[in-house]
Design a protein. Sequence first.
Lengths: 390, 267
Amino acid sequence: MARDFAADIADPIAREIVSNVGTWVDKEVKPQASEFEHADTYPDPLVKGMSDMGLFGIKIPEKYGGLDLSFECYAGVCIELARGWMSLAGIINTHVLVGYAISEYGTEAQKQAYLPRLVEPEIRCALSITEPDAGSDAQAIKTTARRDGDDYVINGQKMWVTNGHKAGVYLVMTKTDPAAEPRHKGITAFLVDHDVPGFIKGKKFEKLGYKGVETTELAFDDARVPATAVLGGKEGSGFQHIMSALEVGRINVSARGVGLAQSAFDDAIRYAQKRQAFGKPIIEHQAQQIRLAEMATKIRAARLLTLDAARKKDSGIRSDLDAGIAKLFSTEICQEVVLDALRIHGGVAYSKELPLERYYRDAPLMIIAEGTSDIQKIVIARSLVKDYPI
Amino acid sequence: MNIIVCVKQIPDPETPSSSFKVDEAAKKVIPAQGIAPVVNPFDPQATEAALRLNEADGGGKVTVISLGAESARDAIKHALAMGADEGVLLNDPSFDGIDNFQTAVALAKAIQKVGEFDLILMGRSAADWDMGVVPSGVGQLLGVPVVSVAKAIEKNGGSVKVERVLDDGFQTVEAPLPAIVSVSNEFGEPRYPQLRQIMLAAKKTVQIWSAADIGLGAEETGAANRWLPLEALYVPKVESNVEIIEGDSPEEKARNLAQKLRAAKLI
Ligand SMILES: Cc1cc2nc3c(=O)[nH]c(=O)nc-3n(C[C@H](O)[C@H](O)[C@H](O)COP(=O)(O)OP(=O)(O)OC[C@H]3O[C@@H](n4cnc5c(N)ncnc54)[C@H](O)[C@@H]3O)c2cc1C
Ligand SMILES: Cc1cc2nc3c(=O)[nH]c(=O)nc-3n(C[C@H](O)[C@H](O)[C@H](O)COP(=O)(O)OP(=O)(O)OC[C@H]3O[C@@H](n4cnc5c(N)ncnc54)[C@H](O)[C@@H]3O)c2cc1C
């Protein structure tokens, strides 16, 4: 038994959904997660469970057969998924993010071609920005797309693509005008189907954590796509579109930080009541009470920041500031909370028989992916400066 | 088929024993603080059985009935989210403290008020009092056959073929419809509600019927009119002893253990 994790969700239907996903996580995910993780195998039965519930269609507009639920609901669902296993929230992340980019910025033809297929889902989505020489500085990408009649020809190499082998459609960031100034004006995003000739799926990375879901290299060797594959149909808007979609990604990663930290805390507060040292349960040592109280406070703040960022996004305003603050805070406290949970467990935390070691390997991903903590701070500061004109 | 499923909300069976308390004077279980009640674990299996039977049959209607506190609406909502069509909550101050027989009377009256039915499904027992008598009670009152502890149910024209779980095996029986079947955990996992169904369930209204609405007389309800007067309610003291069985070889240890168990009349 644990606390009602859905209690902070304002909308009653969303609360019901989050609570149901939480039940599924407790029964189906928690008992199996470490096994899948240690074997680094793709969790097909869990992903099937997620699609049976309809999670992949959560943000697709109703008009295209989706559920069109709120970001608040989505954030709550991602917190719960990550409470079971962080990778599951990663499997859904790029799917929802690309689905969002298509529904917000796609042409009507693109919406009709893709959105209904993302609901069941018949195909899943990946997002490909990062390259060997461009990560935080995304505008430094070198992958090019050259116009050739009714087509574009894409060349270049991509790195760190989550869902890179299993996706059916990839939102790929390219340069259509490498000489453009400012650089973002030369950036165009393409919807590339998985079977385009010249589109090569590269090796899968061996990772510290975030296992089960594959993160891969991709290469484009004269990959030819029709001009209709340009997201929104207009060259030069790709950077803007992807940055907006990344707000959705940051809400997701922030939620993952909350869920993972919650899971570590839940284990720690139970263990602290069972484990005896110096004649009493360790929870009765004040040092441990203080530690647990600090952990709980951080998680609570992270949860509320995450839901707040999601609600801002629901209200339709640009939420890079709020999503940035939430992501920065949740992922940083996640590291701290997980380490504290390890401390509380003492030696057993170091064993693979408990999930603590998995939490510990999963936590660092989140301070890197979807923009490092440094980059979040830059986004936050730049956004705040606009509020204080002098 | 028109199927009626009876579901019950109970204290969470996972409640740690340290949080489980009874008020011996009032002869009542004190709800554990911060631990929400849950659907009786066998009941979603009954709902699952209803949904599968109607899916195989190409249609039908599933009505869910629960007798309980206002919070039992959640148990009904859960069944609606799984795919049931309608929900009725039997809620009345006089239901506080009634026994299983009075519950059966109330459910039978509510079922009569619902009207037409081909099949009534319930969980094999409720995991709180664990008596398992409500299905038989309702069957007696409605004058329909009752088949208990089902692991598989198949509709066969105007009857149902039910595979029952026995202590030492399985038994297959057939009952004419309408009938009552109580469903066991061997039936298989109930489905998880789909997001879309949860959204639809939220829009469905749960009707609330009082004792008067189902025509229950004052003498039929209320803790004072229990068929089974409650003499005392207390948490049993659990004592445990550890004894290490000695022996030079595993065989000898096993023999010594067997002798001890036999002496204690445990085998
Ligand atoms: C498991 C995993 C999955 C991923 N999935 C995807 C995916 O699906 N799609 C995708 O496109 N990418 C993905 N990524 C890539 C991820 O987004 C990048 O790793 C991340 O943005 C950081 O980029 P980088 O690795 O190139 O680091 P770099 O940009 O090289 O950063 C190195 C360090 O420099 C710091 N730094 C950089 N610029 C500044 C600055 N201006 N001021 C101060 N410090 C700075 C960074 O904060 C960091 O500490 C994934 C990464 C991982 C590890
Ligand atoms: C890889 C590995 C190798 C090891 N090798 C050896 C070895 O070779 N030989 C050996 O003997 N041991 C070994 N150990 C055991 C190690 O020394 C213990 O794990 C360590 O001393 C902590 O003890 P514990 O695990 O029982 O944790 P516990 O003592 O149960 O501690 C649990 C938590 O309670 C806290 N706590 C305990 N008492 C108090 C208090 N009074 N006030 C406040 N907080 C308190 C602790 O700080 C900790 O946070 C090894 C452990 C590991 C992980």
